[in-house]
Design a protein around this ligand. Structure first.
Ligand code: 4NP
Length: 156
């Protein structure tokens, strides 16, 4: 059997968007029988929240949809791991630029909302928003995750 495809979801702080994306991806992978084919993780570009749990608003919206983020601890992506990922999934265009600035291969960076077409819209940073922003982020992630995983698996 082929080794699992390695996919890392990347945002700025690794406390809002990418941990939620990871939890949704794991849920979709389980539901669709794709889990054995995928190795999934998340990371942030910034160092402000290293070792911290997800934002309480992220945990709350995840819980509403039956997802448990209690074991998440934020981490910062390291330049020496970039080449180990088959795909780096950027939440927004700034995250994409940040990954490229660290040395990521542009052909291995894809936008989270790529299934919606080119140019892919951003998953907007909800950190400075109220709770409604987190619900909107959840909706964008949940809508795009099944087609995104299919796109990536078909690329192998
Ligand atoms: P995330 O949200 O990138 O979706 O985790 C943010 C979290 C924290 C900050 C920015 C965005 N911050 O500036 O601390």
């Amino acid at each position: 059997m082929k080794r699992p495809m390695r996919i890392c979801f990347v945002c700025l702080g690794n406390i809002c968007r990418s941990p939620l994306a990871l939890a949704i991806a794991r849920h979709v992978a389980e539901e669709e029988g794709l889990a054995p084919r995928l190795h999934l993780d998340s990371a942030g570009l910034g160092d402000w929240h290293i070792g911290k749990p997800a934002d309480p608003r992220t945990i709350a919206v995840a819980e509403r949809f039956g997802l448990d983020l209690s074991s998440h601890r934020a981490r910062q992506i390291q330049p020496d791991e970039l080449a180990s990922w088959d795909w780096l999934v950027a939440m927004d265009a700034d995250n994409r630029e940040g990954l490229l600035a660290l040395g990521a291969n542009p052909a291995r960076v894809i936008m989270m909302r790529a299934p919606e077409g080119e140019p892919a819209p951003d998953v907007p940073d909800p950190y400075w928003d109220g709770d409604a922003g987190f619900v909107r982020v959840h909706r964008m992630l949940a809508r795009n995750m099944p087609p995104l995983l299919q796109m990536l698996l078909q690329s192998a």
